[in-house]
Write a protein that binds this ligand. Sequence first.
Ligand code: ZN
Length: 289
Amino acid sequence: MIRKAELVVDAQAWLGEGPAWDARTQNLYWVDILAGKLHIFRDVDRVLELGESVSAVAPCRSGGVILTMGRAFCRLDPDSGAVSQLAVPDGELDENRFNDGKCDAAGRFLAGTMNRDERQPTGSLYSLDPGGTITRLLTGVTISNGIAWSPDHRTLYYIDTPTREVHAFDYDLETGLLANRRSAIRVPAEMGWPDGMTSDTSGCLWIALWGGASVTRWDPQSGEPLEQVHLPALNVSSCVFGGEELNDLYITSARAGLDEATLQEYPQSGGLFRLSTNAVGMPTFEFGA
Ligand code: ZN
């Protein structure tokens, strides 16, 4: 089946990332990390200038949103735009910043860090529980990226982009701890770099391909790609399901790192796209506080 993604916001974002769906408000949150902007899209795209690298966002059970900014977990009241810092993980290097993050079904916010030079494996994956306790789940990460769960929540899928792999872990939803790391998917170099990711109710993974001008659907049991949808943006960064039926895939992209010739070839780089699918997405879970 040939599918075509529709450009919904021609945002020209430097580093569009972190889409999250708020089922209560039908808002699609997303960020431009390098521009320090939080976008709130619902028919129109509203932009809050937060001024520091805002990398991931999730709705909160009690209203508002939780964010990662720089090396901190923060909370934002979207009506007033006021940001308050919740916590900073111990021992994070000055040269690190947070990158991708997502909540689990128990209301924890998982988010990972990366070295700003994108080369040193100084990053970690953290979990912030609703009570405010931070647990370091992984170390030795270079560019912490996509996070997704299987429909039964018993498997966590995780992308450290330079590995070009999706790793699977046993996930204990009661404790929030990981075990039994293994490789689930290897993305061939000619397809690009795996970046952000989401899952659908059939257990498939939807993976944005940085440098690959596409989103792809994979079977994590076989490790095989099932579908590839091309986009008029070279650096496709992340995706999430939204809409009333959770079958619209919202896709972010970036202009950063592209030269003039490439930008002319991919003029919609940095846009927010929407792809109508016949899958039903896993919901965006809320932070539990
Ligand atoms: Zn990413």
